[in-house]
Each structure stands twice: as structure tokens, then as C-alpha cells.
Design a protein around this ligand. Structure first.
Ligand code: 0L1
Ligand code: MG
Length: 261
């Protein structure tokens, strides 16, 4: 095994993960053959997103991952992570999600933030709250590029924390309480996961503070118009073609989309 990854090796892994996502083809975990540290993995993540940006995608924010116990237990990792979003990952509410574009997509219920100001240098809930223009319900579609959805902490970070798509609901002003709102993810009209936003680090606002810290640590510009996904409040649900997926969050309009072949 290599001890440290040089830039060429990081680029090589980034290209491999990028191609796996583009071709919807699962690959072997990187950490099975290469010593991948967490800092290396965040560098690979950035390099793989740079490849998307070079193809014309625009950065659109950050997702927090593994911010609830249900999510941590589902994948056996108990450290919060972040990933980078681009505009190509945004799916319009009510539109279709083509299953063939993904390897083994899963949906999870989230609270999202729309930023009105930069998050850089902010460190407390009152500070980050002042940077938020609106809160929104959101469904994140995660899709690990690794076979069987199995990975180590560094593997999943390198894979942009399984980022693949997100669907946003209607924004509402931030004065609406979001600390403990009920969330139900329905598949074909039947509840598949039921939870509360409080499962996300005790409050999604804490996930926003974590996003500000990640942005400072990994030098990510997050500002007006960017979206922050706070993390799944429940375990993620595996999707199949033909399903209709709906998220109901107390106090918000529901979000729905259909999974097509
Ligand atoms: O959004 C998430 O919590 C996903 C983080 C990566 C782990 C996973 O793919 O479930
Ligand atoms: Mg998520």
C-alpha cells in the first residue's frame, strides 16, 4: 500500500470516482488498495468536483452527511462529513429522476438552508442564522459509487459523500421553527421513514454551524444563493424505477418526484 498520496495519485482517484458516477458503474473501494487519509480524501473530493466544474457545472452549495444516528448506524460510520453540490445535481420538484443515471440511489429527508450571506468565519448558531435567507424541506438522493454501498470514512469522503442529486421544496422565512419538525418520507403513498428534524445533531442549525466549519477548514466559498443540506433525519431508503417519492415536513408544502426507468 502507498503511504501518502501525491497529487497525481489524488487526481487519478478523483477521475476514477468521476467516471464511476458518470457511467453509473460501481467500483471497488479505494481504501482496499490505497492508503487514503481523511485529508487526502477531502482533496480527492475537491478534485472530482473540479472535473464537474470544468465540464460546465456550477457549485451550488454543500451537503452535510452522517449528522443523525440513524444515518450513522446505516453505514457504520459515526463522523459527520461534507460534500459539495453542483447545479447539475438539482432536480426540479415534481420532475422525474431517471433510475438508469444512478447505481443504487437512496432518498433521505432533510432540512435545507438557502444562504443570503457568506458563511465564512461564522461559528455560532446566531451567527449562521443571520446568513440564512430561507429554510426549505429537501430530499437528498445519495448514490455511493462503491460496490454494495460499502465504504470506509475516507472512501465516502473521496466519493463526495455520496452526493448525487437533491430536490428542494418551497422556501419559507427563517423565523419558522425547524428544530423539531415531523418528517415523513413516503414511497408510493406509504410511509417508509418517519422522523424529526431534531435527529439532525439535535437541530439542523447545528449542521449549518458544522458547514461553516467545514467551509473554513477546506476553503469552500459558500454565499448568497447557495444551498446547505443539513443531513438525513432518518435512514435513507433505496429507490426503484416506477416509485413515487414524497416528503411531508410539518409546516411545509410536500415535495414529490417520480423515479423513472
Ligand atoms: O447524506 C449522507 O448522510 C450521506 C453521507 C455518506 C454516507 C451515505 O452514503 O449514506
Ligand atoms: Mg444527505
Amino acid at each position: 500500500m502507498n503511504k501518502n498520496m501525491n497529487t497525481m495519485a489524488q487526481l487519478d482517484v478523483a477521475a476514477k470516482l468521476d467516471e464511476a458516477a458518470r457511467s453509473a458503474t460501481a467500483i471497488e473501494q479505494i481504501s482496499l488498495t490505497t492508503a487514503l487519509s481523511v485529508p487526502d480524501a477531502y482533496r480527492v473530493q475537491r478534485l472530482s468536483v473540479n472535473l464537474r466544474v470544468a465540464r460546465g457545472e456550477k457549485p451550488s452549495g454543500m451537503k452535510l452527511g452522517l449528522t443523525s444516528r440513524a444515518k450513522m448506524a446505516q453505514v457504520g460510520i459515526s463522523t459527520a462529513v461534507c460534500g459539495l453540490l453542483t447545479d447539475a445535481m438539482a432536480v426540479e420538484e415534481g420532475h422525474e429522476l431517471p433510475f438508469a443515471r444512478y447505481i443504487h440511489p437512496r432518498a433521505e429527508p432533510e432540512i435545507a438552508f438557502l444562504l443570503g450571506k457568506s458563511l465564512r468565519g461564522l461559528g455560532t448558531i446566531p451567527e449562521v442564522a443571520r446568513a440564512v435567507e430561507a429554510v426549505l424541506p429537501a430530499i437528498e438522493i445519495i448514490d455511493s459509487r462503491y460496490r454494495n454501498f460499502k465504504f470506509s470514512l475516507a472512501d465516502v469522503i473521496a466519493d463526495n459523500s455520496s452526493s448525487s442529486a437533491y430536490i428542494l421544496g418551497q422556501p419559507i422565512p427563517t423565523r419558522r421553527a425547524i428544530d423539531n419538525v415531523g418528517m415523513v418520507l413516503l414511497i408510493d403513498g406509504k410511509p417508509a421513514e418517519i422522523g424529526s428534524s431534531a435527529a439532525v445533531l439535535g437541530s439542523p442549525w447545528r449542521a449549518l454551524v458544522a458547514a461553516a466549519h467545514f467551509a473554513d477548514e477546506y476553503d469552500v466559498d459558500l454565499g448568497p444563493g447557495d444551498i446547505i443540506l443539513s443531513g438525513g433525519a432518518t435512514a435513507a431508503v433505496g429507490l426503484a424505477a416506477g416509485q413515487t417519492v414524497c416528503l411531508e415536513v410539518n409546516g411545509f408544502a410536500p415535495i414529490q418526484f417520480k423515479v423513472t426507468a
